[in-house]
Design a protein around this ligand. Structure first.
Ligand code: PEP
Ligand code: MN
Length: 337
């Protein structure tokens, strides 16, 4: 249930509504927007909305039928903007993240990043722990990979986004990582999501391979319910009957999620297509559709990559893509730095 109040409601009136919500056994979360204040009553109890309608300052009480009470746009009408190292995701901003699929060595990350610096990359990616379908595929180099990412990022003043695959890794990741990435295969690892709700760092939540928009938003809800609102949703393609591309990149997710939720939504055209030559056109399309950013695999020598070389761009291709999307973004009211 959402209790909507006038933006002019005073602190005593807000406190009174919060007290009444709590007295009925709910948890109250307040979101103050420019035009209205929305207080979400979180809990599974049934209640009579009239109990709240008559409280001073209340304009409307909305009984929600969705299970994403904090991530819904009804709770917070303004776009959430997540900022990392001067790069903004959300609102009028589209942020970019680029780097190799996996961390292989110091030299590989350093050489790739040196190339990306030419194109103003401020947030780098790279998996140190890789969740692979086959137990025999390259699994990543573990904590050593996190150290390499941190060290290279610090040398050039960059931020690091990398994937966490298990709840037990959180303390280790806190030491090295700026953005925690939850991969498609872990979108419904609810214990991990709950724990990421308690940290004070942004989380990229990738869409599960066969997850609906509402399942995805409920997973984000787990993080937000824990108190962490710095969430970036990432469309990375879903599984369909089509096998030509690795996944089917669902760009309709952009307008749909932006209507349903205030959270930023970025796109991963690398895993979304699995084919290097499809990354550039789908990046252009994603930006044109109004996404809040892109995460793209780039390797200084993709022909020798240990993982996902076929979908990793050569650095010059990233440069070309960067120039193109910088021109497209303003047409849809977005800025790319
Ligand atoms: C990744 O970005 O490295 C990755 C494994 O992606 P996904 O979880 O979307 O498959
Ligand atoms: Mn990859």
């Amino acid at each position: 249930m959402l209790v909507v109040m006038n933006a002019s409601a005073d602190e005593a009136q807000i406190a009174n509504v919060v007290k009444s919500i709590e007295a009925k056994g709910f948890e109250a979360r307040v979101s103050k927007g420019e035009l209205k204040i929305v207080i979400s009553a979180i809990g599974s109890k049934l209640t009579d909305k009239r109990d709240f309608e008559l409280l001073p300052g209340v304009t409307e009480v909305i009984q929600l039928t969705t299970n994403y009470k904090l991530t819904t746009r009804a709770f917070k009408s303004e776009d959430t903007i997540v900022e990392v190292n001067g790069v903004k995701f959300g609102g009028k901003h589209a942020g970019l993240i680029a780097g190799p699929c996996a961390v292989e060595s110091y030299e590989q990350v350093d050489e790739t990043v040196k190339e990306l610096l030419k194109y103003n990359v401020k947030v780098i990616r790279g998996g140190a722990f890789k969740p692979r379908t086959s137990p025999y595929a390259f699994q990543g180099i573990g904590e050593e990979g996190l150290k390499i990412l941190r060290s290279v990022a610090d040398n050039y003043g960059l931020a690091v986004a990398t994937e966490i695959i298990d709840i037990s890794q959180i303390d280790m990741f806190m030491k090295y990582v700026d953005i925690f990435q939850v991969g498609a295969r872990n979108m419904q690892n609810f214990n991990l999501l709950k724990e990421l709700g308690t940290i004070h760092k942004p989380v990229i939540l990738k869409r599960g391979l066969s997850s609906t928009y509402e399942e995805w938003l409920q997973s984000a809800e787990y993080i937000m319910a824990g108190g962490n609102g710095q969430i970036i949703l990432c469309e990375r393609g879903i599984r369909t009957f089509e096998t030509y591309t690795r996944n089917t990149l669902d760009l309709a997710a952009i307008p749909v999620i932006k209507k349903l939720s205030h959270l930023p939504v970025i796109v991963d055209p690398s895993h979304g297509t699995g084919l290097r030559d499809k990354v550039e056109p789908m990046s252009r399309a994603a930006i044109a559709a109004g996404c809040d950013g892109l995460i793209i695999e780039v390797h200084y020598n993709p022909d020798c990559a240990l993982c996902d070389g076929a979908q990793s761009l050569y650095p010059e291709q990233y440069g070309q893509l960067y120039q193109e999307i910088k021109q497209i973004a303003p047409i849809v009211g977005k800025e790319i730095i």
